[in-house]
Ligand binder design. Structure first.
Ligand code: SF4
Length: 379
């Protein structure tokens, strides 16, 4: 029997500065060559210590996320990937680098292109006001230049991220940004609603009344505008926030949504191999020091019951526009979705949030808009 396929994620814990809305783990520093080397050695050590659980899989995607992975030089990835190839069954067809527009020259992108075949650019907004409000360190000109450089360097599979619903944005501003974004020629677009996370500067500004969030009706109209516009431009919506040209879905992220196995390396990275979920410490210094002392930098480790894995697979699978296949869930976890959720599911269906189409169960158009209501009911 062939090996089970898995995804491999690397968390890069550096950013030029922290954006005031962001709650992802990263340190606000550009790493020195010494720190880059130290980090690389720690990641290699982490893999060696996890090898027993990681080796039985065949890794078909690689994703460097963060943080800002484009703060690490191409040589870092060349060395890491050849190490991974040496130690694992690792021949990923999709290799994604997350990058921020600042500093992305043609030369740098051409060097990354030798390692990666997919680029995910954190454009976030194509409006000067939007970038200022979000506290990003790039401007609109840099964003557009980065896209052109990426395309010139051979990144056909280019994904652009957009945040919508930031304070002060009007629906007509979003319409303009969407048109400009599509005109840049991406293969994939991710659109995330602006959210205020506890512990971030935005949280303080909003709770103290310094900044006002948009009214709900405007957010709803934006939620409706995005899929309608992108569909007219030939993008397929395949997940709540993700759109792609046909055949260019992000294979790596599909592993998460389909509750398939993944290995995560780096601080704050999570792994889900077999029945076990492991989360690393979200602290660079502790991560480095633990590994240098020969110990795994684990913060949490839990063995998930079959039932917990089933429930999680249901919620993740419903994020996909095509929904999930109850028969294959039954085969994987032994639970019949309809009898397991009983009245709860019936109610969601009667309320027009979930529907059965052929053999699949999926969110309706309204359900996609109110996905959190559905997930809260099923969790
Ligand atoms: S660049 Fe990205 S990861 Fe870094 S702080 Fe900003 S939003 Fe967060």
């Amino acid at each position: 029997m062939g090996r089970i396929e898995a995804a491999l994620y690397l968390h890069v814990p550096f950013c030029r500065k922290k954006c005031p809305y962001c709650d992802f783990y990263s340190e606000p520093q550009v790493p020195s060559p010494t720190l880059v080397r130290r980090y690389l050695e720690a990641v290699k050590k982490e893999l060696l210590l996890r090898l027993r659980e990681a080796a039985p899989y065949r890794y078909v995607t690689f994703y460097a996320g963060g943080g800002t992975p484009s703060l690490l030089p191409p040589a870092f990835y060349e060395e890491l990937l050849s190490f991974l190839k040496e130690k694992l069954d690792f021949a990923p067809q999709e290799r994604t680098l997350e990058a921020n527009p600042e500093g992305l020259t043609y030369e740098l992108l051409a060097a990354y292109r030798r390692v990666f075949n997919r680029l995910s650019l954190g454009i976030q907004s194509l409006s000067a006001q939007g970038l200022r409000t979000l506290g990003r360190s790039h401007n609109v000109r840099q964003a557009k230049e980065a896209v052109l450089n990426a395309q010139k360097a051979g990144f056909q599979n280019l994904s652009l991220d957009l945040i919508f619903g930031w304070p002060g944005q009007r629906p007509e501003d979003l319409a303009k940004e969407l048109a400009e974004l599509v005109a840049l020629g991406p293969a994939h677009v991710s659109c995330y609603e602006f959210t205020v996370e506890p512990g971030t500067p935005f949280y303080t500004w909003v709770t103290s009344g310094r900044i006002r969030l948009l009214p709900e009706e405007e957010i709803v109209s934006m939620y409706e505008m995005i899929p309608a516009y992108l569909a007219r431009q030939g993008f397929e919506r395949y997940e709540i926030s993700n759109y792609a040209r046909p055949g260019l879905y992000c294979q790596h992220n599909l592993f998460y949504w389909e509750a398939k196995p993944y290995l995560g390396l780096g601080p704050a990275a999570a792994s889900y191999l077999g029945e076990k979920r492991v989360k690393n410490v979200a602290h660079l210094k502790t991560y480095l020091e633990s590994l240098e002392a020969g110990a795994l930098p684990v913060q949490e480790e839990e063995r998930l019951s079959r039932e917990a894995r089933f429930r999680e697979a249901v919620i993740l699978g419903l994020r996909l526009v095509q929904g999930l296949d109850p028969a294959s869930l039954k085969e994987r976890f032994g639970y019949d979705l309809f009898s397991y959720y009983g009245e709860t599911l019936e109610r969601l269906m009667t309320n027009g949030l979930v529907e059965q189409v052929g053999s699949r169960l999926r969110l309706t158009k309204r359900g996609l808009l109110l996905a959190n209501v559905v997930f809260r009911a099923l969790v």
